[in-house]
Ligand binder design. Sequence first.
Ligand SMILES: Cc1cc2nc3c(=O)[nH]c(=O)nc-3n(C[C@H](O)[C@H](O)[C@H](O)CO)c2cc1C
Ligand SMILES: Nc1c(NC[C@H](O)[C@H](O)[C@H](O)CO)[nH]c(=O)[nH]c1=O
Length: 195
Amino acid sequence: MFTGIVESFGKIVKMSAEQGNLHLWIKSAFTSELKVDQSVAHNGVCLTVVAIEGDMYKVTAIAETIEKTTIGNWEVGQEVNLERGMLLTERLDGHIVQGHVDQTAVCTNIQSQNGSTVFTFEYDASKGNVTIEKGSITVDGTSLTVVNSGKNTFSVAIIPYTLENTLFKTYQTGTRVNLEFDVIGKYVARLIGKN
Ligand SMILES: Cc1cc2nc3c(=O)[nH]c(=O)nc-3n(C[C@H](O)[C@H](O)[C@H](O)CO)c2cc1C
Ligand SMILES: Nc1c(NC[C@H](O)[C@H](O)[C@H](O)CO)[nH]c(=O)[nH]c1=O
């Protein structure tokens, strides 16, 4: 379980394919505090730490994870947003995030607006996922408030701190991101037969 408050960037240092799986070695500032079996969200994708060596740790993505997320586009040298599993003694500054990406989206517009930057994303609405005005959404593991909710689009207003401390600073129109929709919204959608 996570909160969507990105802790730091990690760097992908090695990648190797084995059968349907992809092994990734990640360099991070908190590797020395990790233990094998812990969960870390990588751009919102929860992956289990399976090995640790020096300042790097290894995670393995299975085929389903690769198919549902942007992992297939990741490259050696690339940075990823990292968050370790939440501590129950922490303030919940974001929202409840499971680390299960629902689907990906594409950034369609970026606009500066009164000291923040508004990013708009478009996704395939046929999967039944919905946003609501002022609801929560996780974009590449970052907990955000929806400011403009459409049928298959939504916008988020990014403050300078978030811009600097997440991958939002790298996004361009056309960038593909991971989305996790609000878990309460997903249950409501299921109960009323929307997905
Ligand atoms: C606690 C936890 C640990 C997970 N560990 C892995 C993992 O090691 N490898 C993997 O491919 N998927 C793992 N997943 C599933 C993965 O996050 C999910 O397939 C993608 O987010 C797409 O929904 C894990 C999910 C959770 C909640
Ligand atoms: N809810 C919004 C946030 N929240 C804070 C970010 O999640 C946080 O700064 C990031 O995870 C890095 O730690 N930030 C925004 O810019 N806009 C929001 O609507």
